[in-house]
Design a protein around this ligand. Structure first.
Ligand code: GUN
Length: 295
């Protein structure tokens, strides 16, 4: 058996085209969506991520404001910038690229972002809203994974067992909550899990989000399972690869996401969706007046 590919690139293009249409409608009313992207320091990976996010905004007709600061920026200075962006009505989303330099407390900065502009979905208020099923911004990577499941007819996971490998605040934990909200039975595995394969072999859906190559191999996958690879690593030849042994696992799985071209493009697409929705919420379209009755 060879798995079918879940084409994140194609799905992200379709999502971005829809965002572009809705963004154009807002812009035509003088209400262009705006995203502020804040980068502190010169982490090379962060520079690439930020460039891609800004480019995606441009292509979708979302105004992006890139603020780049030297690694010597103080925490107080960054908090003051976040405060200014919170109060800027032309900015609907604020993204502070992580990791931040060591002398700045990530948590403090994320908590300073107004939840109404937390398009990354990292604020405690956003995480809490997801947990209790209230409206709020969803973290972009797991949100993109859910859209990929939806695209293969798996929006409802009732009766399915989903195994998440990884328990980070930005992927593993919100992923587990979104799968649970879609009615899956969810197991979260991590570095303290005794027998990972025993868990993953029971899974109908596996999401690998560890940041380590070959965490999931063919012998750990039930035939026909859906495998979503969130990993972004380099192999010995410097080629981009995920957490999943793609060549082996694709022989067993029913569906699999490639790296690159899977989760990565969907993460950016969902950032655009969150920014657009923030702008739509900030400027609700007024209800059209009831047609006047002629007498
Ligand atoms: N660093 C790596 N991924 C992300 C992300 O999705 N958002 C932010 N803000 N920083 C990141």
């Amino acid at each position: 058996m060879t798995a079918q590919l879940i084409d994140g690139l194609a799905l992200s293009k379709a999502t971005r085209a829809e965002v572009a249409q809705r963004a154009a409608a807002l812009t035509a009313q003088g209400r262009q969506p705006g995203l502020a992207v804040v980068l502190v320091g010169d982490n090379p990976a962060s520079q690439v991520y930020v460039r891609n996010k800004v480019k995606a905004c441009e292509e979708a007709g979302i105004r992006s404001v890139l603020e780049k600061y030297d690694a010597s920026m103080t925490e107080a200075e960054l908090l003051a910038r976040v405060d200014a962006l919170n109060n800027d009505p032309s900015i609907h989303g604020i993204l502070v690229q992580l990791p931040l330099p060591k002398h700045i407390d990530d948590h403090k900065v994320i908590e300073a972002i107004a939840p109404a502009k937390d398009v990354d979905g990292f604020h405690v208020a956003s995480a809490g809203a997801l947990m209790v099923g209230e409206p709020g911004f969803k973290a972009c990577t797991p949100y993109g994974c859910m859209k990929m499941l939806e695209s293969i007819g798996m929006a409802d996971l009732k009766g399915k067992h989903a195994v998440v490998i990884g328990r980070s605040n930005i992927v593993g934990k919100p992923m587990a909550m979104m799968l649970l909200a879609a009615n899956a039975t969810v197991t979260v595995c991590h570095s303290g899990t005794a027998d990972l394969g025993a868990m993953t072999r029971q899974a109908d859906v596996i999401v690998a989000a560890v940041g380590k190559r070959n965490v999931l191999t063919a012998d750990m996958v039930k035939p026909g399972a859906v495998v979503i690879d969130v990993g972004m690593n380099r192999n010995d030849e410097g080629k981009l690869c995920g957490d999943v042994d793609f060549d082996g696992v694709k022989q067993v799985a029913g569906w699999i996401t490639p790296v690159p071209g899977g989760v990565g493009p969907m993460t950016i697409a969902m950032l655009l969706v969150n920014t657009l929705e923030s702008a739509e919420r900030a400027h609700p379209v007024p209800a059209s007046p009831a047609p006047s009755r002629g007498r």
